[in-house]
Design a protein around this ligand. Sequence first.
Ligand SMILES: *[C@@H]1O[C@H](CO)[C@@H](O)[C@H](O)[C@H]1NC(C)=O
Length: 393
Amino acid sequence: MLNIKFFILPVLTFSLYFLNFGSCYALFEENDFQKKIHKILADHGLSEDDDVLPIEPEQSILPLAGQNAEPALKPKEVTNWPQNKLPHLGEVSGVSVNRVGQPVIFHRGPRTYNDWSFNETNDFRFINEGPIDIDTVLTLDPKTGNVLSSWGRGFFYLPHGITIDHEGNTWLTDIAMHQVFKFSPGASRPSMTFGQKFQHGSGARKLCMPTSVAVSTNGYIFIADGYCNSRILKFDYGGELIRIYPQSWEFLSLQIPHSLALMEQYDLLCIADRENMRVTCVKAELNGYNAGVQPTSLNIQQPDLGRVFAIAAYGDYIYAINGPTSQMIPIQGFTLNPLTESIVDHWDTFAQKMWMPHDIAITPDGREMYIVSVIPSRILKFTMETPARKTTN
Ligand SMILES: *[C@@H]1O[C@H](CO)[C@@H](O)[C@H](O)[C@H]1NC(C)=O
């Protein structure tokens, strides 16, 4: 009881302050004092308009016990892979890994994504050119890089993201169609479709240039939507919308969520928040909606991170790649520890090989990693090396 009393008193004081003076606020830019008050209210999960009610104590998003259990793996490029040039390879926008550890890529064939692809209202200009008429989804041999199988012709207009989930379903996003599709293994038609073809919107039934999908092992579907709406939609297994990030009361502003990664052991959904030049992780709420508890977010934002194009999770770490940002910020790979909100390693610069790396994927066993780029059309393979342990004599 004592705790609650001490908690309510300062909040009440601030609220009275707002009651008296709130009406004047609109006239002025927010000054430092007001910012401080807003921060305190926000830290307690209150808006200016909230009634003063006891709320649950602030919960830390951090399961502290899990910090730094194992050192991060070190990616090392496999040279001369793929061994042969891939035929008709276009801009490679997405990569995922299937359940048997084979890389699967999503590419644009002869089509390109550039400043002219969409008009000012986010409508695709080249609908009348029809869908891409070559296979856009290629499964590659991890040893040689040769194409093992392919599909996805005559359907997609402008491929973006690919995710293969734990059941082997393939989730594909098409930014021109403003849609996301779920393909069951071996299926030629989608078993689920999100959004309406060539119709963008910001409500519950339409998307706008969706970028990426993540699926939890208990079936929640997260869609990063995307270039125009900058929000994340969470659906249940049956496709029922259950959550939008951010909610209006959440202290979370996304600028082109471009890639998603789940860290289920920490109940975290991590987002490559590209134009904010950061990775932010929010509560995935995989055990259901956590009413009343304010989620806080973890943020990794460092000067050299630049525009983060893609992320993949393995173990306690997020592996990230940035893309063109400025002359001062090299294009490279990063290992991030979301729990400590820090960069723990830089592991490669792609300057000579990739001008615009676009996606990253790690095999389920954590031994291999793939990175694809749209310019030039390319895929690189890495092995994940265990760092030498320090030994004591
Ligand atoms: C963009 O294209 C759509 C579809 O053709 C059209 O309805 C819309 O008016 C266009 N917007 C602009 C600003 O030209």
